[in-house]
Design a protein around this ligand. Sequence first.
Ligand code: HEC
Length: 145
Amino acid sequence: MFPVVSQGRILALAAIAISLALGPISARLLGADETSSGSSDAYRRMVLMKGAWLFDRNCAFCHEKDGRGAVGPNLTDWYFIHGATRDDMHRVVQEGVPEKGMPTWKAILKPTDLRLIEHYVWSLRGKEVKGKEPQGEKCEPDVES
Ligand code: HEC
């Protein structure tokens, strides 16, 4: 005979397991602390893959899938119109530049999706994909966020 386990208890255990699994993931995403020692390569790859997928659906129309630029600037060089730090990037993605055609993304996408996209955009810096000519100020690669 199998031990009788109530459905309620199974649900409670499942809920605990899920919150244990998701807790650290969302905490890390929202903290944007991708370099913390607890963060594995596999986890980082997963974040970048999801970010790339979201970028493809929302941003590639103007920046191209690989970030080389089209209507929007090339996101793979070391030139920035709106600044080179992580905060600068966060601000321009959130607020956009409506008068220049860059949408105000905080009004369109969920904060978690934007976090994922920002991780991907940050990872594009310095890939130097041949595309749109540099725009803005040149900043050294070691500029910290
Ligand atoms: C409809 C076209 C369009 C879409 C879609 C778009 N962008 Fe832009 N983006 C622009 C334009 C145009 C600029 C340049 C604004 C300026 O000249 O000030 C820009 C600028 C930027 C910059 C600043 C670059 C710099 O040199 O400082 C970042 C970062 C950026 N976009 C990220 C994104 C992300 C992430 C998405 C998707 C969530 C996105 N963009 C979607 C048109 C677009």
